[in-house]
Design a protein around this ligand. Structure first.
Ligand code: CA
Ligand code: CA
Ligand code: CA
Ligand code: CA
Length: 689
């Protein structure tokens, strides 16, 4: 669901809509057009009229599918196709045949028309619907909401695909979510967050969110721009901006090591859809960082001398050649990226790694992106899981069920949303949910038992996030009473671990997050994790220490000569760290830059934020007159200090530096202000070049 060319397509297909079948029988017929990856099978879990127009989906620990509907999407909300408002429905398979046979309405109200996000946390449900993020509570367990609260408000992008998106529960007990570039700002209520269960949201006093870095979270270039991604506590406190300058980053997912994955949509028609590893606190380059100019300007400038091939456009679209921009993980061409998840089960993809699985409603495909580390970053492949020759197949979201099977919601429309829908007759709105699993794999959902540590430990191993939330919360609550059981997961001796042979470290990481949050034991578990044989566990150790506001200096010292990805995380841990040892440690990390690893260079840049002068000087002191090496030149290019302009001027006026590199060094000067820069410009101008 995202703005796209199919607007045209949608209009031309409206005529066809009338001839199309409607209801379960038509859905079963269209199911035959779906193509699924080898050894897997796709079945129909639910169809209209049980649900229509699924905007977003979550699956609870009992394997029930929750859907936010979008019958009242855009112009169809005024007057609404459904005057009572859009619904949140719960679809349940009560007899284990793999198809829903029961549909309940959890909540219905115009205030959740076309809600783009739903997240089930026990008896609480977080619903993202610009301008608000609501928390609904079912106090008596009858599957009907009893209480409505406002967690965040003041977000722009109401009835827009680029507003606020779904929340997910992280392995650290925190919430992660994002908003596209129409969200722009976020506020929190000042007084009681509770409002009447139904009806328009009453006017409430609110104030802008200021994040942990001290920045007001507003897309005004000071410093944030465009789409952003966030982390906060369950109550919305300790709010962090983890990345910015996306266009329409549709959903974020986080794996058990705490690594974030996201998709982002291009300016439609420019073949620039991308998948990102979200390096924390990075700028992802949709607009010019300095001026906020659109990417077209950079593209025009680049083409002024000679026309560049179109397949180079993405570099300019995401300002990939500017210092201070984190590289893309994957470019996937044209599309309309929607829901994403970090798959950590063993039914769909056999991987030693958490695998992002993602819906792209444009090319009508659900893909897995198996990821491998590469230097301080990652590389990924593309594996198609589900696609269709039916032009109405529009995968809007994917979720993993407690048995590890993959559920896919299908908006079902000739277009991808983007302010339009061709399926727009109230009496015949369509929407589907499919289940993908190995052939013949029955939909059996293990019962979650939270009354014992053993039951919780089992649920913590579930591939399903709602089950993990329940387990995490209970295990965290009982603290050291669960330590023994968590230790056996941590050391790999828990029987359950054997059923996830490929994901042993994933389970260990989940246990670690809890062990390191047992009061008084934090340090000893983080220490053990920092010495662990799996680099991702060492990486998690640094992240947990940061999350607990511990002194990270001893850890950085310990890990400062480790693999590039760990050193990347060391640099990020030094960001805004005021220890007198930080500059020297950063210099130690900088000296290990190989000159080619852009991920590493950007991590160094993030680490030196607000302390550029001190950190850069520490590096200069160490390297002395040996700064002018391939790696040293990159560090100069990325730095923004009073010492930088003179060094850049040296490079630009050096006859041995190739012309293309000179252009890069000149561009780097744009990011620096002050008299040193002016002096450098004069030097370059008078050098006779
Ligand atoms: Ca059934
Ligand atoms: Ca209730
Ligand atoms: Ca989702
Ligand atoms: Ca539809």
């Amino acid at each position: 669901m995202k703005s796209l060319l199919p607007l045209l397509l949608a209009t031309s297909c409206i005529l066809v809509a009338a001839d199309r079948g409607f209801g379960p029988e038509a859905a079963r017929e269209e199911l035959k057009k779906l193509q699924v990856a080898d050894k897997l099978e796709v079945t129909l879990f639910a169809s209209e009229p049980m649900l229509v127009n699924p905007c977003d989906m979550d699956i609870d620990a009992r394997g029930r599918v929750w859907i936010t509907e979008g019958a009242n999407y855009r112009k169809w909300s005024n007057p609404p196709l459904r005057p009572e408002g859009d619904r949140i429905v719960i679809l349940e398979d009560t007899n284990g045949d793999g198809a829903a046979d029961k549909s309940k309405t959890f909540y219905q109200d115009p205030s959740i028309n076309s809600a783009l996000g739903i997240c089930i946390l026990g008896n609480r449900v977080i619903v993202s619907c610009s301008p608000h993020v609501f928390v609904f509570t079912d106090s008596d367990g009858d599957d009907k909401a009893d209480k409505r609260e406002v967690l965040f408000t003041g977000i722009r992008g109401a009835q827009h695909d680029h507003g606020v998106h779904a929340f997910v529960f992280g392995p650290d007990g925190k919430l992660y979510f994002n908003m596209g570039n129409d969200g722009r700002q976020i506020e929190r209520p000042v007084s009681s967050p509770e409002i009447p269960l139904h009806g328009p949201v009453p006017k409430m006093e609110s104030k802008p969110v200021v994040d942990v870095a001290g920045n007001t979270v507003t897309a005004n270039g000071k410093p944030y721009r465009q789409g952003m991604v966030f982390r906060c506590n369950l109550d919305g406190s300790e709010f962090e901006t983890l990345g910015h300058n996306f266009r329409n980053n549709y959903e974020v997912c986080v794996d058990s090591f705490g690594t974030l994955w996201q998709s982002d949509n291009d300016d439609d028609g420019n073949f620039g859809v991308r998948i990102n590893y979200v390096m924390e606190f990075g700028n992802f380059g949709y607009q010019d960082e300095l001026t906020g100019a659109g990417w077209g300007e950079a593209w025009k400038k680049a083409n002024a001398k000679a026309k560049l091939p179109d397949d180079q456009k993405w570099r300019f679209h995401w300002h990939q050649d500017d210092p201070g921009v984190v590289p893309n993980l994957l470019n996937t061409g044209a599309g309309s990226p929607c829901g994403i998840l970090a798959y950590e089960g063993d039914l769909i993809v056999k991987s030693y790694w958490p695998t992002p699985i993602h819906c792209d409603a444009g090319p009508r495909v659900v893909r897995a992106y198996p990821v491998q580390p590469k230097g301080a970053g990652y590389e990924a492949k593309i594996v198609n899981i589900l696609s269709s020759s039916d032009s109405w197949f529009r995968p809007s979201d994917a979720c993993v069920a407690p048995d590890g099977s993959l559920f896919v919601a299908d908006w079902n429309d000739p277009g991808v949303g983007g302010h339009n829908m061709g399926d727009n007759k109230a009496e015949s709105l369509r929407g589907r949910v499919y289940r993908v699993a190995p052939k013949g794999h029955k939909y059996l959902v293990p019962k979650v038992d939270l009354t014992s540590a053993a039951g919780c430990a089992k649920a913590l191993q579930s591939p399903n996030l709602a089950a993990r939330y329940l387990a995490w919360t209970e295990l965290h609550k009982v603290q050291d009473k669960a330590e023994e059981r968590l230790r056996s997961l941590w050391t790999g001796s828990e029987p359950g671990v054997e059923s996830f042979p490929n994901t042993a470290s994933i389970i260990q990481a989940r246990a670690l997050h809890l062990l390191a949050r047992i009061k008084g034991k934090e340090r000893s578990y983080i220490q053990a994790a920092a010495k662990h044989k799996d680099p991702d566990i060492r990486l998690a150790a640094l992240r947990i220490a940061r999350s607990l506001n511990m002194d990270v200096i001893p850890l950085v010292k310990q890990l400062a000569n480790d693999f590039p990805a760990i050193r990347r995380e060391c640099s990020i841990a030094l960001r805004h760290n005021s220890s007198p040892e930080a500059p020297k440690l950063w210099a130690q990390l900088a000296k290990q830059h190989d000159g080619n690893d852009r991920w590493y260079l950007e991590a160094l840049g993030i680490g030196m934020d607000r302390q550029e002068e001190k950190f850069f000087q520490a590096w200069l002191t160490e390297v002395g007159d040996q700064w002018n090496t391939p790696a040293g030149r990159e560090i100069v290019w990325r730095s923004r200090t009073s010492k930088t302009p003179a060094l850049l001027a040296k490079l630009v006026t050096d006859k041995n530096v190739p012309e293309a590199d000179k252009a890069r060094f000149l561009r780097a000067l744009d990011f620096i202000k002050g008299p040193e820069k002016e002096a450098a410009l004069v030097e370059i101008a008078t050098s006779g070049l």
